[in-house]
Every structure is written in C-alpha cells, then in structure tokens.
Design a protein around this ligand. Structure first.
Ligand code: 5AD
Ligand code: SF4
Length: 463
C-alpha cells in the first residue's frame, strides 16, 4: 500500500486511444506516491490535462480549460485547500514553455515521453509551491528520452494493477517516421519506437490475469511494429499476434492505427490464421485522389490501396473496414474530392472518421498555398459523411439474421438486458442475465437501432 493514500488525482483525457492508455499509465505511476484517481474534479489535489494536438484549435481549448481551473484553484485556496495543475500530452510537447508563460497557474508541463518521470517532476513542483509567486517556475519536461520510458512504467503498474474491465489497450509502438504532410504526430510523439516482445507479452499476461478478455494493441503506426525477442530476432506485428494468441484466456485481439504501407504479408497471414484477431481493421486512406495522396506524402496510390484491401479480404473474407478521411487538403479540386467518394464506394466501409483539413504549425502542409475555402470544406465533409452514414447503416442492416459472437460487457439499458460488442465493435443489446457478463456468446441479430444491434441469445451454444 502507498504510504499516504490521501491525495486525489483527476486526469482529463483528450484525443486518441493512445492518450487514454497514457492517462492510465500516469495514474499507475502516481498510485505508489499516494495519489488515487478520482472522477470528481472538485476533490482533486492534482489535475492533469492529457492534451491532443491533432486538429483545430487544440491549444486554445487547453488555455480556456486552464482558465476554468484557475478559478477552481482560487475557490479551493479560499477554503484552505489547494490544487496542483499539470499539462501533459501532445499540446504540452508542441508548446512547452509557451504554456507556462501564458498560464502561470500551471505547475507542470510534460510531453508523452516523460510520463515515467512524473512522480519526480511532481516532487520538484511541490517544492516550488512554497516560493514567492514571482520566483515560482513551472517544471517543464518535453525532452525526448535517452532511456526507454516503457522500461520504467510497468514497474509502477504491477503495484497498481487494477482490473480495468474486460477490454484493455496496450501500447506496443509509439511515434511515426512517415511524415504525412498534414500530420503533427512525428513532431509530438517523435520517431517510431517499438516495445520489446517480452515487455508486450508480460503486460498482456498481466491484463489477462486481471480479467481482460480483449486487448487492443495501440500505436500511431501500429503495423510498423518491429520489436526484438529474447534471441534478438526482429518480430513484426503479425508474428507478435501469433505469440499473443498463445496466452490462455485472451479471447480477442485488435490493433490500431495502421498505415497501408505497413500491411505486410505476415500480418495478412495472421488474419488468415488467427480466429482471435478480430475481422475489423482501421486502415485510413485519407483521400482517393492520387494527386492528393502524393501531396500528402502517403507513398501509395488509390489503386494500391484497393488491391491491398482485396488481398486482406482474400485472407479473411469477413473482414470489415474503417477509415479516416481528410477533406479540403490544400489544392484539393472537385475532381479530387469525387475520387475520394469513389474510393469510399469501391471499398465499402463499416465506419469512417472524417475531418476538415486543419493547418498544423510546423508541418509541411502548413507551407502549401491553394487552401480550400471553409465553406467548400464544410460541404465536402457533409457529402462524404452522408455517403459513409449510408454505408454504416447498410453494414449494420447486413448483420440481421446472422449469428455473431458477442463479448458481453455490461448490464443493459433496460432491466433484464445486457450489452456487449460484436467482432466489428458494434454495440449489441440482448435479453440476458448479468452472469453472462465476461462471456463470449453466440447471438442472433434480430434488428438494428441507430448505432447498435439488437440480438437474441442462441441457446445451448458453446461460444
Ligand atoms: N487536419 C485534419 N485531419 C487530420 N488528421 C491528422 N492530421 C490532420 C490535420 N492536420 C486526421 C487523419 C488521421 C486522423 C487521426 O486525424 O485523418 O488519420
Ligand atoms: Fe492527439 Fe495524435 Fe497526440 Fe493522439 S497522438 S494525442 S491523436 S496528436
């Protein structure tokens, strides 16, 4: 037990699943130092904002949140209490000192590569609190590491491992070397780094021992994973999946986010061979126009993407796809946009995320002329989303009459109901007792509602 478990930390997470995972790791790193997580910001002794810098005015959102926190801190101090404030994540990495300068209320600013140093930073920030405000300086750590942060984080984890339910994220790879011209990630998360195989397997076993049935492997470029095993061999993501599949009790495996260029034969073979690898793949293409793909530095064509999808479906015929799209990249013409609609029709997505291009300072895209006017971006986004929504609705409808394995995860919205997920991450509601929670059961899909499926337990089924 931590010596002084009386403190509370509130972590607010913005952005992607990697940030969700990182927030949990921060909580783990703090637990042995007496900080327990709270969902109540009012009772927090420490508030951490785990920020995202991917799009829009992300840093402005952080500054307005800091304004609110300053007020809350004022109220707490007036009542004889106090609260420390830290900014983590990709805005912290990108803006560093600027945050501390503009918002002196902040005690700590630290990037994604510094999370294992959090307890130490916190101790330093605490010693500053007794200083005169004019002398007080925020503790800032936005260095890229010389040491491997993952080698330090799991130690804290073991002590603090709490069952996180039936599904969990596991970061296997971080950073990006691709330099798509719109994207800030190579600058905020740094170069591609893969965790050693043994570390990944150990963490997966820990999660499964804590009751987890489904693991989603995370990485900004997860299929660029190249870890090293005990014998010094290079292991790709496909091979890693075969190794994870041997863990008794692990029933489902997913990974996200992938780049088409890293979808190699080994990974496609894993989809062919491993039933636990779910037939649902997030494989962003961003645009269907070869001209725009080139300007985005994606290093593949629309035709190459489509033939890749064919190869994947040949290996795993029930594979469903999701994607990301950017509309209004500089220079995007009506014809380029039509090409994007065409690739969406040709691929057929189960779901997709789509965004208006937003200029990220420091990226090559920021220096391009020929920006697309806002109202054209809005219209294109609307048309694209309409097409994707039709595909999503059709995909859900195509499930009716099928029997799907459903991981039952929680009590349902209505009494006597439980809820779970299909292999395609669709929410499924069904009549059933709560003792089904944790099991994978065969469920016949009998209907759909807006964003979910309605099912009926197939009796006497062994999943
Ligand atoms: N503008 C709009 N969308 C972006 N994305 C990444 N950078 C930008 C940007 N500058 C989208 C891409 C990526 C997803 C995570 O966010 O579609 O796949
Ligand atoms: Fe946001 Fe990308 Fe950083 Fe995730 S990696 S927090 S999506 S900028």
């Amino acid at each position: 037990m931590p010596q002084n478990a009386s403190k509370r930390v509130f972590i607010k997470t913005y952005g992607c699943q990697m940030n969700v995972y990182d927030s949990d790791r921060m909580a783990d790193a703090l637990a042995p130092h007496g900080y327990m997580p709270t969902q109540e910001i009012g009772e927090a002794d420490l508030v951490l904002l785990n920020t995202c810098h991917i799009r829009e005015k992300a840093s402005e959102k952080v500054f307005s949140e800091l304004g609110r926190l300053k007020e809350l801190q004022g109220e707490k101090r007036a009542a004889g209490g106090d609260m420390m404030i830290g900014v983590a994540g990709c805005v912290a990495q990108a803006e560093g000192e600027e945050i501390a300068r503009r918002a002196p209320v902040v005690d700590l600013v630290f990037g994604p590569q510094a999370y294992h140093r959090l307890p130490d930073m916190l101790a330093r920030a605490q010693s500053q609190r007794h200083m005169h405000p004019a002398l007080k300086k925020a503790v800032i750590d936005t260095d890229f590491p010389e040491e491997d942060k993952f080698a330090h984080l799991p130690a804290a984890r073991k002590e603090a491992t709490i069952a996180r339910g039936l599904t969990a994220f596991l970061t296997v790879q971080e950073g990006c070397d691709k330099f798509c011209s719109f994207c800030v990630v190579p600058y905020t998360r740094g170069a591609e780094v893969s965790r050693p195989v043994s570390q990944v397997l150990d963490e997966a076993r820990l999660l499964v021992d804590a009751g987890v049935k489904e693991i989603t492997l995370l990485g900004q470029n997860v299929n660029a994973y190249h870890g090293t095993d005990g014998a010094g061999r290079d292991i790709g993501l496909g091979e890693l999946c075969y190794l994870l599949a041997e863990i008794p009790g692990l029933e489902r495996l997913r990974y996200t986010t992938s780049h088409p260029r890293d979808m190699d034969d080994g990974l496609i073979a894993a989809h062919r061979d491993l039933p636990l690898l779910m037939p649902y793949l997030h494989l962003p293409v961003q645009s269907g126009s070869d001209r725009i793909l080139k300007a985005m530095n994606r290093k593949h064509t629309a035709a190459e993407y489509l033939s890749l999808i064919e190869r994947i479906k040949a290996a795993r015929p029930d594979m469903a796809l999701s994607g990301d799209f950017i509309v209004g990249f500089p220079g995007e013409t009506d014809q380029d946009f039509e090409d994007t609609l065409t690739i969406i029709r040709d691929t057929g997505y189960a779901s997709a995320y789509s965004f208006k291009y937003s200029t990220r300072p420091g990226t090559p895209g920021a220096n391009l002329g020929d920006q697309v006017p806002e109202e054209i971006k809005t219209e294109r986004l609307y048309r694209l989303q309409e097409l994707v929504n039709q595909q999503t609705t059709a995909f859900h409808a195509s499930m009716v009459g099928k029997t799907l394995p459903v991981l039952v995860e929680r009590v349902g919205r209505m009494p006597g109901q439980v809820g779970g997920r299909s292999p395609y991450l669709q929410a499924v509601h069904l009549e059933g007792a709560t003792d089904l929670i944790g099991a994978i059961r065969q469920v016949e899909i009998i209907g759909t509602s807006t964003n979910s499926l309605v099912g009926r337990l197939v009796r006497a089924s062994a999943a």
